[in-house]
Write a protein that binds this ligand. Structure first.
Ligand code: AR6
Length: 178
């Protein structure tokens, strides 16, 4: 699904965040140490190779809601933006921290004048954030942030299952209708 909002193309795609060759940057659902882990972080570090963690070490640790940017090494993108989502039930207020992840990732992207970025569902895997609630936070943040984006032309949400794709699509339709 593809929708244009305020001159930015918003896409929902089922796929692997570590294999999005047409995007300038992909976002990593990182851990505080910016180390390779499971899920998204595992896939990103595996595809990028060990140099990524070497660069990450100098930027860690990060706090929930923060985002930092590195080169992408073996990934087919220019940059990786690493953000630490809240652990659901532990890091509070979780909705604000999750919103900060998206806002700060977009800030890093704008600082580098990037034209395209891909996001996974931050916190919705190992960190346990309920998907419906997370997607509501994602789109309310997006609506607030879109007017601040000068360089971004394409924003892709990369989801891992058909159920997640349908959830994102139904929320995006609500936003697109207004
Ligand atoms: N591409 C796109 N989406 C994916 C992929 C992939 N390759 N792999 C998983 N997902 P998670 P978190 C989905 O657990 O909850 C790590 O070990 C997945 O279905 O990667 O923020 C880190 O080191 C889920 O919906 O991130 C941290 O310790 C979403 O992406 C911790 O897990 C996020 O799942 C971060 O946990």
């Amino acid at each position: 699904m593809k929708v244009e909002l305020q001159n930015i193309e918003i896409e929902i795609v089922k796929g692997d965040i570590s294999n999005q060759p047409d995007l300038d940057a992909v976002v990593n659902a990182a851990n505080a140490e910016l180390a390779p882990g499971g899920g998204v972080a595992g896939a990103i570090h595996k595809a990028a190779g060990p140099e990524l963690y070497e660069e990450c070490k100098s930027l860690a640790p990060i706090a929930p809601g923060e985002a930092v940017i590195t080169r992408a090494y073996g990934l087919p993108n220019q940059f990786v933006i690493h953000t630490l989502g809240p652990v659901y039930g532990k890091d509070k207020p979780e909705d604000q921290l999750l919103s900060n992840c998206y806002r700060n990732s977009l800030k890093r992207s704008e600082e580098k004048k990037l034209g395209s970025i891909g996001f996974p569902g931050i916190s919705t895997g190992i960190f346990g954030y309920p998907k419906e609630d997370a997607v509501s936070v994602v789109f309310s943040t997006l609506v607030t942030e879109l007017p601040n984006l000068e360089h971004l032309k394409k924003l892709r949400f990369v989801v891992f299952s058909d159920a997640d794709r349908e959830l994102y699509e139904s929320k995006l339709k609500e936003v697109a209708v207004g």
